[in-house]
Design a protein around this ligand. Structure first.
Ligand code: KMH
Ligand code: ZN
Length: 275
């Protein structure tokens, strides 16, 4: 089995300092949180950006400033900027980070409920995102919130509308209104992707670690971070993203699986090596 790739989703678009004061907004806070996650064992940072007051934004310039600052501090880390942004943003707004030619970016695989909101990903939107990623040489991380999202994206890959083999999936389970974070659902989703694909699971809320454990054993990769969960354990808020990553590292080592460095993660994900 390959080593475990850990992704830290350090801030997301929805969670606020009112939920957990450690949620980063400013460039300096983003860098500090990225560093804490990296030092704990994360090879990948999933990047959302905020204005200094916490308002979610997809501004290309804000992404440039934040990603450059993280890059200066962590020269080899893999960054996956979000093209999901926050619910209600337009496709054009959401696409801005792809203008920075990141090595990867998220591509959300269908419309779904998202708590009280609707996360809108129509077929034309997804085709536009796929075209952009093909043109700009960006490897998508296919975010699947629902079981049907897998079929949708596999059909698009067959038609050449999104980048194909080898595909990297992220099964984001436990969003209110979407596929629940159960082991049965995870197994179903893993069985639905083509051989040779890589995959990550993200357990939202209290499922953060109960989904991580089976994922580690099954050979998948794990995402944790404030975007998905602000608690280290029941009733105990995490003081940093690093603390959440450390817990995954502990679980993985107990289960006999070592942690991938960014260089190892690049090989596992079929990304170009840095040098
Ligand atoms: N904030 C969610 C509505 C992504 O990064 O691609 C969508 C999201 C997915 O976070
Ligand atoms: Zn995200």
């Amino acid at each position: 089995m390959e080593k475990l790739i850990i992704t830290a989703a350090i801030c997301g678009a929805e969670v606020t300092k009112a939920n957990n004061p450690a949620v980063p907004y400013t460039v300096e806070e983003m860098v500090n949180e990225a560093r804490s996650a990296y030092n704990a064992g994360a090879a990948i940072i999933h990047v959302h950006v905020r204005e200094d007051d916490g308002t979610p934004t997809q501004s290309r310039e804000r992404f440039r400033v934040v990603m450059d600052a993280i890059r200066r501090e962590l020269p080899d880390v893999i960054m996956i900027p979000s093209t999901g942004g926050a619910t209600g943003m337009s496709p054009e707004e959401r696409l801005q980070p792809t203008e920075l030619f990141p090595e990867m970016a998220t591509l959300d695989c269908g419309t779904c409920n998202f708590g009280d909101e609707i996360f809108d990903n129509t077929m034309p939107t997804m085709r536009a995102f796929g075209r952009r990623m093909i043109e700009n040489g960006i490897k998508p991380e296919y975010e699947c919130f629902e079981m049907g999202h897998i079929d949708t994206i596999l059909d698009m890959a067959r038609k050449g509308e999104v980048p194909g083999d080898p595909m990297q999936f992220n099964f984001v389970l436990g969003v209110k209104g979407c596929t629940p974070a159960t082991v049965q659902n995870l197994v179903w989703m893993v069985n639905a992707i083509p051989a040779g694909s890589t995959w990550t699971s993200t357990g939202v809320g209290r499922a953060a670690f109960t989904l991580a454990a089976p994922t580690i054993v099954m050979g998948g990769n794990v995402r944790v971070g404030f975007e998905d969960n602000i608690y280290l354990s029941r009733g105990v808020k995490a003081v940093s993203n690093g603390e959440l990553v450390e817990k995954v590292v502990r679980l993985s080592r107990e289960l006999g699986r070592e942690i991938a460095s960014p260089e190892e993660a690049r090989r596992i994900l079929s990304l170009k090596p840095l040098k």
